[in-house]
Design a protein around this ligand. Structure first.
Ligand code: SF4
Length: 326
C-alpha cells in the first residue's frame, strides 16, 4: 500500500431509483477508500448494490437514479457538480471494464477505432499517435497488434475482454473499476484475465475495484475485500482476515457457501432471501437469515465500526458490552 493518501475515497454513498411502484434505496451509506496499486474485491449476492455503487462513482447511472455522498479522486470530490465534474474524469482518471465485453463494443466498428475513442474524447492522443497507443495497449494486454482493424465478432470471448481492458487503460487511468470481468469466460481464460489485471495493477500502480460474487476470484486477486448486503457495506478488511476471522455472520456464511475441492465439509447454503430495498428496514437487515441473531438485532441497526486495524464490520456481536447484556 502506498504511503500517500488514497487515490479514491467514497464517503457515505447513497443511490435511489425512482420506479413506477415507488423509490428503491439501492445503496445505503457505502464508504471505502483505495490507494494506488491496491486491489479491493466488492462482493455480495446479486442485487446487493455492488455494481450500482461503482456506476455511481463514475456517473453512469440511468436518469431515474439519484445519488448522494462524496467520491473523492485524490481529495477532489468528482460528484460535487454532477455530470459536469465527473465527465472530465470518466475514462481519463477512472475507467471501467464492463460485464460481458461483447456488449461493451459496437459490433459494426473496428475494435482499434473504438479503443482510440476515449483518447480522442479526452484529447490525450489522436490520429497516428492514437493508433500507436492502441498497438501499445494491445501488446500490454496480450493481443497481437495486427488485430487492430478487426471487428468484435472476430475476437474470442477472452480476447474481447482483453480488448475491453485495453480500452479502459487507453488514457492511463489511476483507478480501474471492473464489473464481473470474468463472468461467462471459461476457467482457464478467467484465470488469465485475472492474472492480467493483477499484473497491470502492479506494473502501472492502478487502484482496482473488482466487483464479483465469486469469493475465490477475490482471494486470488485482491488484498482487500468489502462485503455488501442489502445496499450496505457489512464488512471491509484484508481478504485473509475476512476468510480466517470474519466479523460478520454473513461473511462467514458466504465463505461456507463457497465450494472447496479439498475440504471435507459440506457446502452450507444461506437460508432465505435479502430484504426488499423499496421498504424501510428496521434493525439489522441480515437478522431474518442470521444464525447468531440476538435481542437487539430486530430493532437496532448495527453501526459499521472498526473492529481491528483496517478491519470494520456492522454487527452487534462485535459490541462486547451489548452482547454481554443479553
Ligand atoms: Fe446477525 Fe445481529 Fe450481527 Fe445482524 S447484528 S449479523 S442479526 S448477529
Amino acid at each position: 500500500m502506498s504511503t500517500r493518501g488514497p487515490v479514491l475515497r467514497v464517503e457515505d454513498l447513497h443511490v435511489w431509483f425512482d420506479l413506477p411502484g415507488g423509490e428503491l434505496h439501492a445503496v445505503q451509506g457505502v464508504s471505502f477508500e483505495l490507494h494506488a496499486g491496491e486491489r479491493l474485491g466488492l462482493v455480495g449476492e446479486s442485487g446487493c448494490g455492488k455494481t450500482t455503487s461503482i456506476l455511481a462513482c463514475i456517473g453512469l447511472l440511468p436518469p431515474n437514479a439519484s445519488v448522494a455522498g462524496r467520491v473523492y479522486l485524490n481529495d477532489r470530490d468528482i460528484l460535487e457538480g454532477g455530470e459536469s465534474t465527473v465527465a472530465p474524469h470518466r475514462w481519463k482518471d477512472v475507467a471501467m471494464v464492463f460485464q460481458g465485453a461483447m456488449n461493451a463494443f459496437n459490433p459494426v466498428k473496428r475494435i482499434g477505432d473504438q479503443i482510440a475513442e476515449p483518447m480522442e474524447l479526452h484529447r490525450t492522443a489522436k490520429g497516428r499517435a492514437a493508433r500507436t497507443r492502441v498497438v501499445e495497449l494491445f501488446e500490454m494486454v496480450g493481443i497481437a497488434p495486427e488485430r487492430v482493424d478487426r471487428y468484435p465478432h472476430e475476437f474470442s470471448g477472452g480476447m474481447r475482454q482483453r480488448a475491453a481492458i485495453a480500452m479502459a487503460l487507453a488514457c492511463n487511468p489511476q483507478v480501474l473499476l471492473a464489473d464481473e470481468p470474468t463472468t461467462a469466460l471459461d476457467v482457464m481464460v478467467q484465470a488469465q484475465i485475472l492474472e492480467l489485471l493483477v499484473q497491470l495493477s502492479e506494473e502501472l500502480g492502478l487502484a482496482l475495484v473488482l466487483v464479483t460474487h465469486d469469493l475465490p476470484v477475490v482471494a486470488q486477486t485482491c488484498g482487500r475485500a468489502a462485503v455488501m448486503y442489502a445496499g450496505r457495506m457489512v464488512e471491509d478488511g484484508a481478504t485473509t482476515d475476512l476468510y480466517h476471522d470474519p466479523k460478520h455472520p454473513y461473511t462467514r456464511l458466504l465463505f461456507s457457501a463457497t465450494p472447496d475441492l479439498y475440504a471435507q465439509e459440506h457446502i452450507v447454503s444461506i437460508p432465505g432471501v435479502p430484504p426488499r430495498l423499496d421498504r424501510d428496514i428496521v434493525g439489522c437487515p441480515f437478522q431474518p437469515r442470521c444464525d447468531r441473531a440476538f435481542a437487539p438485532c430486530p430493532t437496532i441497526a448495527p453501526p459499521f465500526v472498526t473492529v481491528a486495524p483496517r478491519h470494520a464490520a456492522a454487527c452487534h456481536l462485535n459490541d462486547v458490552a451489548l452482547e454481554r447484556t443479553q
